[in-house]
Design a protein. Structure first.
Length: 378
């Protein structure tokens, strides 16, 4: 049995890796063996603790673990020489100080990635050694000005360094901790001769982690790479989806299906054949109108659970800029709104986890929600 939900002993929450009882006619799916009877949703530390430190930094990952996140999340892109490094996107002018390095000025260029034209500096034009000369900066300085004080302090990390740090943090805080890497832009990088999937598996294998119960979950917005990984490894997989558009591998092959098609009852049953988790945009669960006000919830969680998928939507953040109109406080987009209300709404709808930039808020809201439920039950 794959043990996907790390113990939450520090929070006093018992996690039981139990299989749901299904009818004799129901075929087992990957999600069956990871379903938990615990009512405590998981908290995924989105790119570390991005609400408090620049994304994908040692400080961000450590802070998320210190706050109690159940998983920490690196996004993976390749370098020119095939190393796997942590960046939100291959274009790095928004997340590193590359623009201030005159020796790299000539590498500024324009590329089209999954149909989006972007100008800047790209990891695939740098060796790992060159990237190591750069330092991380805050990606959203207008919203998170307080994070800019940490600009220039941290190197770009590799997947191997993620694993080393992850193990150190689990020992430091004396608890289980998961790692949930995302493979970015699989089809695009494959077209450059830099396929990522086998590289990820090789690193996991070299660390004794390419097996069930390793504490690893691999994510992707594409489909066929996850299907390939499902045939190659016992590591759990997460199908990410967007509120708009289609998987890049579908677009490239002429497949007309969209993310909306994947999220139908039939589509989710297909996803459950290779994935354990569904990671939807939270707006696919509770849409918003043109003004940003919440609309009625969809049936996505119900259909996903019927397909035996665990549901972990993204991305929860404290600032007004990211909250629905219903939960904003004041008009300054950088001010905190009522993030507790948003978390509790989604917890009540039955999510199995949340991706959060602010793990402490997600956990505090979870604790309150659980306590309120226990009080009502009593």
């Amino acid at each position: 049995m794959r043990s996907i939900r790390p113990a939450l002993a520090a929070l006093g929450v018992a996690v039981i890796a139990a299989t749901l009882v299904t009818s004799a006619s129901a075929a087992p799916t990957p999600g069956d063996q990871h379903r938990s009877t615990s009512s405590a949703p998981l908290v995924f530390g989105h790119r570390g603790a991005a609400g408090y430190r620049p994304e994908h930094t040692t400080a961000g990952y450590e802070l998320a673990a210190r706050m109690g996140a159940d998983y920490i999340e690196p996004d993976l892109v390749p370098t020119k020489d095939g190393a796997l490094v942590d960046r939100h996107e291959p274009e790095i002018s928004q997340t590193t100080d590359v623009a201030s390095h005159p020796e790299f000025a000539s590498r500024k260029t324009t590329k089209t990635i999954d149909g989006v034209v972007t100008t800047g500096w790209f990891t695939t034009d740098f060796t790992l050694a060159e990237l190591k000369t750069l330092r991380a900066i805050e990606r959203l300085p207008d919203i998170r000005q307080h994070n800019t004080m940490y600009d220039g302090r941290y190197q770009v990390l590799t997947l191997q360094e993620d694993i080393n740090l992850w193990r150190t943090l689990a020992k430091k805080f004396n608890r289980q901790l998961g790692l949930v890497p995302e493979i970015k832009h699989s089809t695009y990088f494959r077209s450059l001769g830099l396929p990522m999937e086998q590289r990820v598996l090789t690193v996991l294998h070299n660390n004794g982690l390419d097996h069930e119960g390793s504490g690893i979950v691999i994510q992707s917005f594409e489909v066929r790479n996850l299907q390939w990984l499902h045939r190659q490894t016992q590591v759990a997989l997460m199908q990410l989806t967007s509120a708009t558009g289609a998987p890049a591998d579908f677009v490239a092959s002429g497949d007309p299906r969209t993310y909306a098609d994947l999220c139908t009852a039939a589509g989710l049953k297909s996803v459950a054949r290779y994935a354990t988790f569904l990671g939807p945009d939270k707006n696919q669960i509770v849409p918003r109108d043109a003004a940003g006000k919440l609309l009625a919830p969809t049936s996505l969680i119900h259909f996903a659970h019927e397909a035996r998928l665990l549901v972990a939507p993204y991305t929860f953040r404290n600032e007004n800029n990211f909250l629905p109109l219903d939960f904003r406080r004041g008009t300054n987009p950088a001010d905190y709104g009522d993030a507790f209300a948003e978390y509790k709404l989604f917890y009540a709808l039955g999510v199995d986890g949340v991706f959060s930039d602010d793990s402490d808020t997600a956990i505090a809201a979870r604790d309150e929600w659980l306590a309120e439920g226990a009080h009502k039950a009593a």
